[in-house]
Design a protein around this ligand. Structure first.
Ligand SMILES: Nc1ncnc2c1ncn2[C@@H]1O[C@H](COP(=O)(O)OP(=O)(O)OP(=O)(O)O)[C@@H](O)[C@H]1O
Ligand SMILES: [Mg+2]
Length: 167
């Protein structure tokens, strides 16, 4: 009997942050591992720390502009860093079709890194090889960040982050 096995890399990493600065530092550290086309999906409740993380990521790409929540305009594009950064907030999108309608694919296929807040709302519009980060509120200043990779690129990013954290 023939058996079909699909082997899929899957890696998880959990860290705790005790300050805004620590959350931003994780974003900056992640930025060091990123390449054009990488997609980072952020999920978690209101005020969980997604925008703070994106700010750190921008800093890690040497972007000097202020990164704010793009809630009202859906997407902001930052150039001038090591790589362009596309910061998207899917809070106001209902589903993957709306995300595609708004032009999400142009960002995903662009030359930069795409970071999506409220990514779970548009999950089906994101590539399989997306690095997911879940933010959980633990206390006033404490958050848990769970990184989940389920593709070759995501796993590579997480391994790189692991090495960088050890150095
Ligand atoms: N350890 C921490 N990491 C990140 N933010 C923290 C932390 N401790 C406290 N905070 C506070 O939590 C809030 C996080 O706000 P932020 O805008 O990053 O959340 P968000 O997940 O983007 O929310 P939204 O869904 O509204 O976009 C800020 O007010 C920040 O000061
Ligand atoms: Mg936000």
């Amino acid at each position: 009997m023939a058996t079909t096995m699909s082997v899929r890399a899957r890696v998880e990493k959990e860290v705790e942050s005790e300050s805004v600065a620590a959350t931003q530092a994780w974003g900056a550290a992640l930025a060091g591992q990123l390449e054009p086309g990488d997609v980072i999906a952020l999920q978690g409740d209101l005020g969980a720390g997604k925008t703070n993380f994106a700010q750190g990521l921008a800093r890690g790409l040497s972007i000097t502009e202020d990164v704010n929540s793009p809630t009202f305009i859906l997407a902001n594009e930052y150039s001038g860093g090591r790589l362009p950064l596309y910061h998207i907030d899917a809070y106001r999108l209902e589903n993957a079709d709306e995300a595609r309608g708004f032009g999400l694919d142009d960002y995903l296929n662009g030359d930069g890194v795409t970071v999506v807040e409220w990514a779970e709302r548009v999950r089906d519009a994101l590539p399989q090889d997306t690095l997911w980060i879940e933010f959980k509120y633990l206390g006033e200043n404490e958050r848990r960040l769970t990184f989940r990779a389920s593709g070759v690129r995501g796993v590579k990013i997480l391994e790189g982050l692991e090495h960088a954290a050890r150095d």
